[in-house]
Design a binder for this molecule. Structure first.
Ligand code: FAD
Ligand code: DLZ
Ligand code: SF4
Length: 509
């Protein structure tokens, strides 16, 4: 008989390993284990989400006639890793083979291919994860021989490959990308729709109690837990997004508003990443709304680009570049991550808002991750490993394959510009344009050198100045250096002095 291990982010009925099994003889193993729950200090909601969703998926498999061995979390059990659980069950069941759909993270993949066959004494077969819309091989073919791996060009090929938003050989609407219409700040209209509220079973509540008991020292709270944990709930979340938020997704994609955590975003990443929804069905749902005249092209294209473009692109890049990718620090950063990333206790209102979302919901939308907490780590020169581990821990959708390229590449520009042609560095002006945060802040966004001036302003120029050698020959950045060079010397000096003071006092901002 064969054993099949299904991981916490493989909760899909169409998983490749299921196609290789015989319901009558083979055994599926799923396991809640300390090693996976603790390799970083995952937010409590992330652990609760996965344990609940794994339990529901296991019982769906059983209802469909599969034999499932489910190892529920037990802090006292001798089995605290996936290999411990498999070793045990493989011996008692006299298994002849272990079969798995390849896992998403290099860390575990490396352990499986290096150690498991030897440890188990039976063959370990890994199958492709064909839930992605671009295979690892297809990405490698695209990347081969190209000097630059720009997402935009990859995305066009994906549009062609999948015939999505194409009119023959041309992109629907005559443009590949409608981002120029997608930069509106939000001024209260249309009103933000309420999210669907999910209800949870008794077993889910047992998981919440377990997480409270055993992961009390992990970040965040469970109080406002509202993630889909079943396929039905995930489909409900998708339908609700398409109907109520997709029409505005494009317009307000970059907008941020005081006290509003979700704006018009989909909140679907947790469900897609753990397998409750497939990226194809999510793209199809958006396309159907567009075809029915229920969502405009700028919203539909913008949304599909995130999934068919960015999500597939970062996954392809991750697998092509690992393990070396994780060690890049091309800007030579040495600063420790300030403690308020974990507590939210800072006077910078934009940062406090992002941390509040993060701790309360295990969520922050893309612009908060990229242009607020990410931008600040970039400008202050935080050690990439520290900021990457933070993003991996605090978001319910975080897995190394998607978090790492986004943080190390897109945010920290630590990969020598492989992912982005220029750093996403911005002063407080950008945050002020895209939000109302600055109105509620103790710092003044209008000034750069005064004692109460916005930290982002002088830190921005300090960043540009200290990395001049790396960036000044970048044609996309010449304007920035021209503006800096035009400043009076005393202004430059005051900016550097203010930034140096802030960097020396980073933990107290
Ligand atoms: P929406 O804004 O509604 O977007 C729709 C979908 O597109 C998302 O559900 C997601 O599946 C996909 N998507 C959007 N942007 C990206 C992107 N840049 N890369 C990959 N997929 C994308 N996303 C994760 O899924 N897991 C992570 O660990 C993660 N870490 C990030 C770290 C940083 C520093 C940054 C800047 C971005 C990160 N992202 C990550 C990407 C993005 O911020 C989230 O996918 C998004 O905020 C999830 O919320 P949503 O479902 O409401 O997304
Ligand atoms: C993230 C996570 C957590 C918190 N717990 C488990 C677990 O107990 N059992 C499991 O199978 N998977 C878990 N996961 C997801 C895995 O870490 C994930 O499958 C791997 O990192 C590969 O992507
Ligand atoms: Fe953020 Fe600066 Fe605006 Fe305060 S003033 S909210 S620190 S951008």
């Amino acid at each position: 008989m064969k054993l099949a291990l299904i991981l916490g982010d493989q909760l899909s009925a169409e998983l490749s390993c299921l196609r290789e099994l015989d319901k009558a003889t083979d055994l599926i193993v799923m396991a809640e284990v300390g090693a996976e729950a603790r390799y970083v200090k995952h937010h409590k909601q992330k652990i609760a989400l996965l344990f609940c969703a794994m339990r529901h998926f296991a019982s769906t498999l059983e209802d469909e006639g599969w034999r499932v061995h489910y190892h529920a979390f037990d802090a006292k059990a001798p089995q605290q890793s996936l290999l411990d659980v498999i070793t045990d069950i493989s011996a008692t069941q006299h298994a002849e083979q272990l079969i798995m759909t390849e896992c998403g993270e290099y860390r575990l993949h490396h352990d499986i291919v290096s150690n498991w066959q030897h440890a188990l004494g039976i063959p370990v077969t890994l199958l492709c994860d064909d839930r992605f819309m671009c295979s690892k091989g297809r990405f490698a073919d695209w990347a081969r021989g190209r000097k630059q791996w720009r997402m935009e060009y990859f995305y066009r090929e994906m549009r062609r490959d999948h015939d999505i938003l194409m009119d023959g050989k041309q992109p629907t609407g005559g443009e590949w990308n409608f981002d120029s219409s997608n930069r509106r700040p939000y001024r209260g209209e249309p009103p933000l729709p309420a999210l669907p509220a999910f209800s949870y079973s008794q077993d889910d509540h047992r998981v919440f109690a377990l997480v409270e008991e055993h992961f009390a020292d992990h970040p965040g709270t469970l109080t406002r837990f509202n993630w889909p944990v079943t396929r039905d709930q995930a489909r409900q979340a998708l339908a609700d997004f398409v109907k109520n938020r997709l029409p505005w997704f494009g317009d307000f994609q970059d907008a941020m508003t005081q006290g509003e955590s979700f704006m018009f975003h989909s909140l679907l990443s947790t469900s897609i990443n753990c397998g409750l929804l497939s990226p194809r069905e999510v793209c199809n749902a958006a396309l159907e709304a567009y075809q029915a005249g229920q969502a405009p092209l700028n919203a539909t294209e913008g949304f599909i680009r995130q999934i068919l473009g960015w999500r597939e692109y970062v996954r392809g890049l991750y697998w092509l570049m690992m393990p070396a990718y994780a060690n890049h620090n091309s800007l030579g950063n040495t600063r420790r991550l300030p403690a308020y990333y974990w507590t939210g206790d800072t006077g910078m209102n934009c940062m406090r808002e992002a941390f509040q979302n993060t701790l309360t919901h295990a969520y922050a939308h893309h612009i908060q991750r990229l242009m607020v907490t990410g931008n600040f780590a970039l400008l202050t020169g935080v050690i990439p490993k520290e900021i990457c581990d933070w993003y991996l821990a605090v978001y319910a959708d975080a897995y190394d394959w998607v978090e790492l390229p986004n943080t190390l590449g897109m945010v920290m520009h630590a990969d020598e510009g492989l992912l982005g042609s220029k750093p996403y560095a911005a002063s407080g002006n950008y945050i002020n344009k895209m939000s109302d945060y600055c109105k509620h802040c103790r710092y003044s966004v209008k000034t750069s050198t005064d004692a109460d001036s916005c930290p982002f302003n002088s830190l921005y120029w300090h960043f540009m100045n200290r990395h001049r050698e790396s960036f000044s020959s970048n044609p996309r950045m010449t304007m920035i250096y021209r503006s800096y060079d035009k400043m009076a010397d005393d202004k430059k000096q005051a900016l550097m002095q203010r930034a140096t003071h802030l960097l020396n006092d980073l933990d107290n901002l």
